[in-house]
Write a protein that binds this ligand. Structure first.
Ligand code: BTN
Length: 254
């Protein structure tokens, strides 16, 4: 890892967009202790209290991957975040889920979000910017943040950020190496998906539907079957999960 830490940046992803990625080494990490304009999915603001959480962007050069396989980066990094959280939160091990495509949940609360963008050269990926926001030591969130949770809220103590960043990046390195070796981890990704195989509520193009999530295709599109048997294939802008209000998290004794 080639780590560059900034006290403050508007957004680590935005900073990476300004870099000449062809001149930037793979596994460069741009980290900000504070983001003043953190970017979330769907153009939302990403809220993170200064110095409390991990907010960084990692540069990958997956030139071995065809453009059509870009979802594998999402899959790889999501699994690496789960790898990192499992030993940190052993009591919540069974409640760690991936909310498609790449939100990481504990029960019905979100602990980590990702924003991934790709640069394409001909038919392969030239570079990927993987922005990760992991809630670690923040215990108070503004009301407008939907269902957040942090490691500190679960463990009732702080976790040092620097070793956690090192662990997370080394889990990404390990999973990325497996991707390079064409080891398919889709089944593991599917097995961790929130709502998989359970009839649940969604908004499809703004209309409420009840449907069962059963797969993700190779382009990363969510595959659902509605309660009347209609198959749906959805990109991020077409579907929204309607989740029940967060339930108190059940700590499992070890
Ligand atoms: C989401 O909405 O779930 C995606 C959140 C992504 C947040 C991270 S924090 C580091 C990086 N820089 C940004 O501006 N966004 C990502």
């Amino acid at each position: 890892m080639h780590l560059q830490t900034f006290a403050t940046l508007p957004s680590t992803n935005q900073y990476c967009e300004l870099l000449d990625l062809s001149q930037t080494e793979e596994f460069t990490v741009i980290r900000a202790l504070q983001q003043t304009a953190g970017i979330g999915q769907r153009g939302n603001h990403w809220e993170s209290e200064a110095g409390k959480n991990l907010t960084f962007s990692l540069i990958l050069k997956p030139d071995f991957l065809p453009v059509a396989d870009q979802f594998r980066i999402t899959q790889t990094v999501s699994l690496a975040v789960i790898d990192t959280l499992k030993p940190l939160l052993p009591q919540w091990h069974g409640q760690l889920r991936i909310k498609w495509p790449n939100d990481i949940y504990v029960g019905t609360s979100k602990i980590c979000g990702m924003l991934i963008s790709h640069k394409v050269q001909h038919t392969t990926l030239q570079a990927s910017v993987v922005g990760i926001g992991l809630n670690v030591n923040q215990t108070l969130f503004p009301d407008w943040v939907p269902n957040p949770v942090s490691v500190a809220q679960l463990l009732h103590r702080d976790t040092p950020l620097d070793p956690l960043l090192t662990q997370l990046v080394s889990h990404i390195e390990r999973r990325y190496q497996r991707l390079r070796e064409h080891i398919d981890e889709k089944e593991e990704y599917l097995s961790l998906l929130l709502n998989r195989g359970i009839e649940s509520d969604y908004l499809y193009h703004g209309t409420p539907v009840r449907a069962t999530l059963h797969d993700v295709n190779s382009f990363g599109h969510l595959q659902l079957i509605t309660s009347d048997g209609t198959p749906l294939s959805c990109g991020l802008k077409e579907i929204a999960f309607l989740l029940p209000s967060p339930q108190p998290l059940q700590e499992k004794s070890l």
